[in-house]
Design a protein around this ligand. Structure first.
Ligand SMILES: Nc1ncnc2c1ncn2[C@@H]1O[C@H](COP(=O)(O)OP(=O)(O)OP(=O)(O)O)[C@@H](O)[C@H]1O
Length: 255
């Protein structure tokens, strides 16, 4: 540093999509011309009509599918992925479910154990480590799925409607949990949801997609500092943003 000038730069993007399209062999155009940048500490919510290509977008980002056009650059291999179904192995304890990706990554046993204890504590499941998934509530199973994804210490987190199957109170609790982890760990994230209120509450930015093939219709900034508090849901700012996103969504769905 010369000290002559100070330049404040945004952290380098974890992810950059430029004009990304995806067409399937049967001719279905799922997404079209998507531009998106995600930096560390940004949680981008994605909303859009059913079938507009939101899950496809996450598949592309995770490397499970290849774009048909455009460029996709991901700066990290440490990717966490959480789905609506927690997909826990019923015959394994919670701890051993959480250790699974560590086993697949060949982490030494002691390291797996250490990380599992830490992430179980982070999601409040320490006391349930020796239970089997069938003995847990839906919300606890989702916490276990979150802990399992956290084990690989993701820099980029992909969420595909993770809380959609939960009752409203548990869903809001899980949102709080997620924000706490996000504030602590500063990962970048894409969060797909059908709930406009959830998108606004959690996100740094809400991306509204059009009907298939999904294009980005609008990106709406949620310029509200973290940590967010439940009271945020009862503010005029929140109501205005929910209105703005809903309006954009209605336009997108009508196309
Ligand atoms: N492997 C595939 N082959 C052909 N079409 C596919 C394939 N996978 C998805 N599609 C189609 O691509 C479109 C986008 O699907 P996708 O699951 O990404 O949408 P989505 O926005 O996540 O939907 P939802 O909101 O209902 O979960 C849909 O029309 C779907 O039927």
């Amino acid at each position: 540093m010369t000290g002559a000038s100070e330049v404040v730069t945004a952290p380098a993007p974890l992810l950059r999509l430029a004009g990304v399209t995806k067409s399937f062999p049967d001719g279905t155009d799922a997404v079209a011309g998507v531009d998106l940048v995600v930096r560390p500490g940004e949680l981008v919510a994605v909303v859009g009509p059913s079938g507009c290509g939101k899950s496809t977008l996450l598949h592309l980002v995770a490397g499970l599918a290849r774009p048909s056009g455009g460029t996709l650059t991901r700066a990290t291999d440490r990717v966490g992925y959480v789905f609506q179904d927690p997909t826990l192995l019923p015959w394994r304890t919670v701890r051993r479910n959480v250790e699974l990706f560590g086993e697949l990554a060949d982490l030494p046993r002691a390291e797996r154990r250490r990380r599992a204890e830490r992430v179980l504590a982070a999601v409040g499941l320490t006391e349930f480590a020796d239970h089997r998934p069938g003995q847990l509530s839906g919300g606890m199973r989702m916490r276990a799925a979150l802990a399992r994804a956290l084990l690989v210490e993701p820099e980029l987190f992909l969420f595909d409607e993770p809380f959609a199957a939960l009752d409203e109170i548990t869903r809001q609790d899980m949102g709080e949990e997620l924000l706490r982890l996000f504030d602590q760990r500063g990962f970048g994230a894409i969060f797909v949801t059908h709930s406009v209120a959830e998108a606004v509450y959690l996100a740094s930015r809400v991306l509204v997609m059009s009907a298939r093939p999904g294009r980005v219709l609008r990106e709406i900034e949620v310029a509200v500092a973290h940590p967010r508090r439940p009271e945020f849901r009862r503010t005029d700012t929140f109501a205005t943003l929910v209105g703005e996103v809903s309006e954009a969504l209605a336009v997108g769905s009508a196309r």
